[in-house]
Ligand binder design. Structure first.
Ligand SMILES: [Zn+2]
Length: 146
């Protein structure tokens, strides 16, 4: 029983260690850079399409592609590029919108800070409480207006 367990463990470990080596070479997925932002991902994809377009142009000029194939491929690439461009424009608008909200929030916060009384001095002992409190942090007297 113990031996069987030991063999199972050993075999399991061997498979675990060897698995990545035995796995078939996948597509280039793992090699592709991981883009941090959606914006840069969209841009990278657009650049790939531009590359493809250039290649297509080149092959067409070299006579490797029939004119009608060239036309339809080119249209596809251009449509895809246009879509990506729209997507990144949307994305930009979104971040502009977010920036606007951030500014509004900051303005609101500044206004609130301005409106709040600057001093929470205790009327009894004169201690400057750092926050609006119900009772003075120094002497425990009830603070006015709280
Ligand atoms: Zn006090």
């Amino acid at each position: 029983m113990l031996l069987a367990t030991a063999i199972l463990l050993t075999v399991g470990l061997m498979i675990y260690v060897a698995a990545p080596l035995l796995a078939p070479e996948g597509p280039e997925e793992s090699v592709l850079p991981i883009d941090v932002t959606l914006q840069s991902d969209l841009k990278r994809r657009r650049m790939v399409i531009y590359d493809n377009l250039q290649d297509l142009e080149f092959e067409f000029k070299a006579g490797k592609i029939a004119p009608e194939d060239y036309e339809s491929l080119r249209r596809n690439y251009l449509a895809e590029a246009a879509q990506l461009m729209l997507a990144s424009q949307d994305q930009e608008k979104m971040s502009e919108h977010e920036a606007l909200i951030e500014r509004e929030v900051a303005a609101q916060r500044a206004a609130l800070r301005k409106a709040a009384p600057q001093s929470y001095a205790c009327p009894k002992c004169g201690y400057e409480n750092p926050l609006p409190v119900k009772f003075c942090g120094e002497c425990g007297a009830k603070m006015p207006g709280q």
